[in-house]
Ligand binder design. Structure first.
Ligand SMILES: *[C@@H]1O[C@H](CO)[C@@H](O)[C@H](O)[C@H]1NC(C)=O
Ligand SMILES: *[C@@H]1O[C@H](CO)[C@@H](O)[C@H](O)[C@H]1NC(C)=O
Ligand SMILES: *[C@@H]1O[C@H](CO)[C@@H](O)[C@H](O)[C@H]1NC(C)=O
Ligand SMILES: *[C@@H]1O[C@H](CO)[C@@H](O)[C@H](O)[C@H]1NC(C)=O
Ligand SMILES: *[C@@H]1O[C@H](CO)[C@@H](O)[C@H](O)[C@H]1NC(C)=O
Ligand SMILES: *[C@@H]1O[C@H](CO)[C@@H](O)[C@H](O)[C@H]1NC(C)=O
Ligand SMILES: *[C@@H]1O[C@H](CO)[C@@H](O)[C@H](O)[C@H]1NC(C)=O
Ligand SMILES: *[C@@H]1O[C@H](CO)[C@@H](O)[C@H](O)[C@H]1NC(C)=O
Ligand SMILES: *[C@@H]1O[C@H](CO)[C@@H](O)[C@H](O)[C@H]1NC(C)=O
Ligand SMILES: *[C@@H]1O[C@H](CO)[C@@H](O)[C@H](O)[C@H]1NC(C)=O
Ligand SMILES: *[C@@H]1O[C@H](CO)[C@@H](O)[C@H](O)[C@H]1NC(C)=O
Ligand SMILES: *[C@@H]1O[C@H](CO)[C@@H](O)[C@H](O)[C@H]1NC(C)=O
Length: 745
C-alpha cells in the first residue's frame, strides 16, 4: 500500500499559526491513499485525521482480497472515487421477483439504499426494469420525495431487441435530482405463467447507464447477478461556495490555484484546479502547473518553440520564422524589402478574396440552413398540415404556424431561465411574442415518424377547441427537428401545487374546489362528446390542471391524448398514463375508452377532497393508493376522517358526501359501471350552483338558477348509496384485491 507522498510546503514554516490552522484540516503523511486497488484521494480518507469530515470516511476492510472500501460505516461497496467529476461509483443490489414451475413465488428481493450525505446522480443513472411480465416501483427521498413506476412486458424472447430498453423486455427512465435514498420493489402481473420458459423472474435496479446493455439473455440469467454499479454525486458540506468562503478555516478548496463551484445535485460545493493546473484542489499546494509543452499538440514543432510558464504556455517562432497572425503556426521569413510591396499587394488581393469568399460561404450556409428547415418542416408533416388547412379553408388562420426565428426570439433562445416545467413529453418554456403576448412553448420529445399524422391531427383538433377550461393551443412550429407547440400562458400554477402546498391550500375553499372539479369535468365532457372526433386525454392528473388568477381550471398536456375515430368505441394502445391515476381496467386490458379519463378524474377529485398524495409509500400498505383508500373510507363510513379538515369545517357535510359518492362511482373497477363525463359534469355543476346560490335565498330566480331549474333535474338527484355488486377496489402497489364494497343495505 502506498503512502501519501506529501511534502510539507516550505512556506508553511513561515508561520506556526498558519501551519497549525492548515494541519488541522489536512491529512498527514501517515494516511493511506489506496484501499485494495481503489485510490482514496483526500477529502476522502480511511483513518482518523485523514478525511475532511465523517461524510468522507471510507472504511477499508482487509478481510477481503484485495481489501475492499466501503462508504462510511455502511455496507455500500465503493468501486471508484473521482475528484474532478465529484463522483463515486458504488455497487447497488438488484430487486428481483422469481416464480417456480407451479407459479409460486420463490424469492422476492427488494432493493434499498440509504446515503447519509450524498445524492444519487440524476444524469448518469437510469431506473431499469427487466422482465416479460413485470412492473416495479421506485420510491426516492432526500431533498424531495419521488415515486414512479415502470413496466416491461413481452410475449416471446424473439420480440426483444438487444440494447433497447423501450418497454419490450426492458424499460428505462431517468431519476430526478436530490435523491439520497431509494427503495425498489418489483412484482408480476400474472406470476410469469405465460413466459416462465424464458423469463421466470422480473428485475428492477438503478444502474449507471453506460454500464448496462440489455440483452435477451438477461431475461434468464440476470438471476445470477446480484448488483450493478451506480454513480453518486458527492459534495462538501451543505453550503454554497459564497457561504463556505466566509470561514477560510473550514473552506475546503485549500489549493491556491483552485476555484469553487456549487453542487448541481443537492446542497454543498466542490473544488477544481484552475485552468492550466491539475492535481488535488482540496490539498494546500495540491494544484500544480500543467507542463503543456509535454504535449506535442500544443505548438507546431516545425516552426515554433513551446514555452511553459506558471498557469499557461505560449508558442514563439523559431529562428527564421515570423508571426503569421495565427497562434498555431509561423511562416518562413523573406528578407528583400521589395517583397514587402509585393506582399502588401498580395495581401490586399487576399483580403478582397477572403471578404468575397466569406460572403459566398455565408450565403451558401444560409441556403443550407433554409434547406434543413424545409426538410424538418416536411418531415414533421408541415405539408400535410398546410394541405389540411387549405382543405378546411378559413377554419384555421395560417399565422398559427410559427417560424423558428419567432419562437427563438420569444424564448430568448430557449434560455434556461425561461423553463416553466419539464415532463415526460417535453420541456415547457415561457415566451413573449412580438405583440407582448405571453405564451407557453412546449418543445415536444416525440419525433417518431409514425406519430406525425396523429400529431398533426391533434394540432388541428386542438386549435379548433375553444373551451374556456382547456388550455388554448395558439399554434405550432414545424421547422425544427422536434415539433414545438405554442399555448396560452396560465399564470397561477398547477392544481397539484394548490392542493399540496400548505400555504396555497389554505386559500382553496370548498367552493373553489367544487368549482375547479366542475370546470374540469365540463372540459373533459366537452372533449369526449362535443368535438368532431372524441378526444381521450389519457393523462388526467392534478399536475395537468392549471389554474388562472381567478382559480379557473384549464386542462392541459395533450401529449398522450388519443383521437377515437367515430366508428370505434375503444382502442387498443400501449398503456400510458401516471400511476395512481391510471385506470386499472385499461392497465390490465390495454383497451382505451373514455371511461379511463372518468377514473383518473375521480382520483383527482379524491385528491381535492382529501389533500392527500395519490400514491404515497409513507402511508400504511392498505392506504398507499388513494383511490383504494378513498373507497374503503366510504365503505367503512369514515369519510370525515380522511377529508381535508378545512373543508370539513367549512363545507356542508351532505354536499361533501354527495361529491364523495360521485367519486366512488367514477372509481368503479369496470368502466361500464362508471358514469359518463357528461353525467359527472352535470352533477358537479348542479352542486356548484347550489353552493353558490343555496336554495331559499333571494337570488334563486336569477338567470342561472332558471337555467338550472329547466335543466336536467335528475342531475342532482344523487343516489346516496353505492351499487356494490360489481365494485371492487384496486391497488397496483400491493397487488391485492380488496373485498367488494358493501354499503350495508
Ligand atoms: C482490482 O484488482 C483485482 C485483482 O487484482 C482485479 O480483478 C480488479 O479488476 C481490480 N479492480 C479495479 C477497479 O481495478
Ligand atoms: C470485514 O468484512 C467481514 C466479512 O464481511 C466482516 O465480518 C467484518 O466485520 C468486516 N470488518 C470490518 C472492520 O468492518
Ligand atoms: C472540473 O474539472 C474537470 C476536469 O478537470 C472538468 O471536466 C469539469 O467540467 C470541471 N468542473 C467545473 C464545474 O468547472
Ligand atoms: C399462477 O398463474 C397460473 C396461471 O395464470 C394460475 O393457474 C396459478 O394459480 C397462479 N398461481 C399463483 C400462486 O398465483
Ligand atoms: C414452488 O415453490 C413452493 C414454495 O415457494 C414449493 O412449495 C413448491 O414445491 C415449488 N414447486 C416446484 C415445482 O418447485
Ligand atoms: C417526504 O415525505 C415524508 C413523509 O411524508 C415527509 O416527512 C417529508 O417531509 C417529505 N420530504 C419532502 C422533502 O417533502
Ligand atoms: C454497451 O454497448 C456499447 C455499444 O453498443 C459498447 O460501447 C459498450 O461498451 C457496452 N457496455 C457494456 C457495459 O457492455
Ligand atoms: C442478443 O444477445 C444475446 C447474448 O448477448 C445473444 O445470445 C442473442 O442472440 C442476441 N440476439 C440478437 C437478436 O442479436
Ligand atoms: C449543515 O451542516 C451542519 C454541520 O454539518 C449542520 O449543523 C447544519 O444543520 C446543516 N444545515 C442544514 C441546513 O442542513
Ligand atoms: C470556522 O470553522 C472552524 C472549523 O470548522 C470552526 O472551528 C470555527 O468555529 C468556524 N468559525 C466561524 C466564525 O464560524
Ligand atoms: C452558488 O449558489 C448560490 C445560490 O444559489 C449562487 O448565488 C452562487 O452564485 C453560486 N455560486 C457559484 C460559484 O456557482
Ligand atoms: C520537436 O523538434 C525537435 C527538433 O526540431 C526534436 O528534437 C523534438 O523531439 C521534437 N519534439 C516533439 C515533441 O516532437
Amino acid at each position: 500500500m502506498a503512502l501519501h507522498a506529501m511534502l510539507l510546503p516550505q512556506k508553511l514554516l513561515l508561520g506556526a499559526f498558519i501551519l497549525a490552522a492548515i494541519a488541522a484540516s489536512q491529512p498527514d503523511s501517515s494516511c493511506y491513499d489506496t484501499c485494495g486497488n481503489v485510490s482514496v484521494p483526500y477529502p476522502f480518507g480511511t483513518t482518523d485525521g485523514c478525511y475532511l469530515d465523517l461524510a468522507f470516511l471510507i472504511t477499508c476492510n482487509d478481510s477481503f482480497e484485495p481489501p475492499k472500501p466501503f462508504l462510511g460505516s455502511s455496507n455500500i461497496d465503493v468501486l471508484d472515487i473521482s475528484l474532478s467529476d465529484g463522483e463515486l461509483r458504488i455497487t447497488n443490489f438488484i430487486a428481483s421477483d422469481c416464480y417456480n414451475e407451479s407459479g409460486l413465488p420463490v424469492h422476492d428481493f427488494y432493493s434499498d439504499l440509504t446515503l447519509e450525505d450524498f445524492f444519487i446522480s440524476y444524469t448518469r443513472n437510469k431506473f431499469t426494469v427487466v422482465g416479460c411480465d413485470t412492473y416495479a416501483f421506485i420510491y426516492g427521498s432526500g431533498v424531495q420525495n419521488y415515486t414512479s413506476g415502470l413496466d416491461a412486458r413481452c410475449d416471446h424472447i424473439d420480440s426483444v431487441v438487444n440494447g433497447s430498453c423501450s418497454g419490450i423486455g426492458c424499460s428505462q427512465t431517468s431519476i430526478p435530482k436530490g435523491i439520497s435514498s431509494l427503495y425498489l420493489s418489483v412484482n408480476s402481473y400474472k406470476n410469469h405463467s405465460a413466459v416462465r420458459s424464458f423469463n421466470p423472474c422480473g428485475f428492477a435496479f438503478v444502474v449507471e447507464a453506460e454500464a448496462y446493455n440489455f440483452s435477451s439473455s438477461d431475461l434468464q440469467q440476470l438471476e445470477n447477478t446480484k448488483s450493478f454499479p451506480m454513480v453518486i454525486d458527492w459534495a462538501v458540506g451543505n453550503e454554497t461556495c459564497e457561504d463556505a468562503k466566509k470561514n477560510m478555516t473550514s473552506y475546503a478548496c485549500k489549493a491556491e490555484d483552485s476555484y469553487c463551484y456549487n453542487s448541481t445535485n443537492g446542497p454543498g460545493y466542490r473544488c477544481n484546479c484552475s485552468t492550466g493546473f491539475h492535481g488535488n484542489p482540496y490539498l494546500s499546494d495540491g494544484c500544480t502547473d500543467i507542463d503543456e509543452c509535454k504535449n506535442p499538440e500544443s505548438c507546431d514543432n516545425k516552426t515554433q518553440i513551446c514555452n511553459n510558464f506558471f498557469g499557461g504556455f505560449n508558442c514563439s517562432c523559431r529562428k527564421g520564422y515570423e508571426e503569421d497572425g495565427s497562434e498555431k503556426s509561423c511562416r518562413a521569413k523573406e528578407n528583400q524589402s521589395r517583397v514587402i510591396i509585393i506582399a502588401l499587394g498580395f495581401s490586399i488581393g487576399l483580403l478582397a478574396l477572403v471578404v468575397g469568399g466569406s460572403w459566398i460561404s455565408c450565403a451558401l450556409k444560409r441556403r443550407k440552413l433554409l434547406k434543413l428547415k424545409q426538410k424538418f418542416f416536411k418531415q414533421n408533416g408541415g405539408l400535410m398540415l398546410q394541405q389540411k388547412i387549405t382543405s378546411q379553408r378559413g377554419s384555421m388562420e395560417t399565422d398559427k404556424i410559427f417560424s423558428t426565428e419567432e419562437l427563438e426570439k420569444a424564448t430568448n433562445n430557449y434560455d434556461k431561465s425561461r423553463v416553466l416545467g419539464q415532463g415526460g413529453y417535453g420541456t415547457v418554456y415561457k415566451g413573449v411574442l412580438p405583440n407582448k403576448k405571453v405564451v407557453a412553448i412546449k418543445k415536444s420529445k416525440i419525433n417518431d415518424k409514425s406519430q406525425i399524422e396523429q400529431f398533426i391531427n391533434e394540432v388541428i383538433v386542438l386549435t379548433q377547441i375553444n373551451h374556456k377550461n382547456v388550455v388554448k393551443l395558439l399554434g405550432c412550429c414545424l421547422e425544427t427537428e422536434v415539433p414545438l407547440l405554442v399555448y396560452e400562458f396560465i399564470t397561477n400554477g398547477t392544481l397539484y401545487d394548490h392542493i399540496h402546498n400548505k400555504s396555497l391550500s389554505s386559500s382553496l375553499s370548498w367552493e373553489k374546489r367544487l368549482k375547479i372539479a366542475a370546470e374540469t369535468a365540463g372540459a373533459l365532457a366537452y372533449l369526449h362528446f362535443s368535438t368532431s372526433m372524441p378526444i381521450i386525454h389519457r393523462d388526467v392528473k392534478s399536475t395537468n390542471i392549471l389554474l388562472d388568477d381567478n382559480y379557473m381550471a384549464k386542462v392541459s398536456d395533450f401529449g398522450a391524448s388519443k383521437l377515437i375515430p367515430l366508428d370505434k368505441t375503444q382502442l387498443t394502445t400501449l398503456v400510458q398514463g401516471t400511476f395512481g391515476y391510471l385506470d386499472p381496467e385499461y392497465f390490465h386490458t390495454s383497451q382505451l375508452t373514455e371511461k379511463s379519463d372518468v377514473y383518473s378524474f375521480g382520483v383527482v377529485v379524491a385528491e381535492l377532497l382529501t389533500g392527500k398524495e395519490v400514491l404515497s409509500f409513507n402511508r400504511p400498505e392498505s392506504e398507499r393508493n388513494l383511490a383504494m383508500y378513498f373507497i374503503s373510507a366510504i365503505k367503512e363510513d369514515r369519510l370525515v376522517q380522511i377529508l381535508e379538515d378545512d373543508i370539513v369545517n367549512e363545507g356542508n357535510i351532505e354536499e361533501l358526501k354527495e361529491v364523495s359518492n360521485l367519486v366512488g362511482r367514477c372509481l368503479r373497477v369496470r368502466g361500464e359501471d362508471r358514469p359518463t363525463m357528461k353525467e359527472v359534469a352535470m352533477e358537479l355543476e348542479g352542486l356548484a350552483v347550489m353552493v353558490k346560490h343555496p336554495w331559499g335565498e333571494d337570488d334563486l330566480y336569477t338567470e342561472e338558477a332558471e337555467y338550472f331549474l329547466n335543466g336536467p333535474r335528475h342531475s342532482f338527484n344523487i343516489d346516496i348509496g353505492i351499487d356494490c355488486s360489481s365494485t371492487v377496489g384496486y391497488s397496483s402497489i400491493t397487488n391485492q384485491v380488496p373485498k367488494p364494497i358493501d354499503d350495508g343495505r
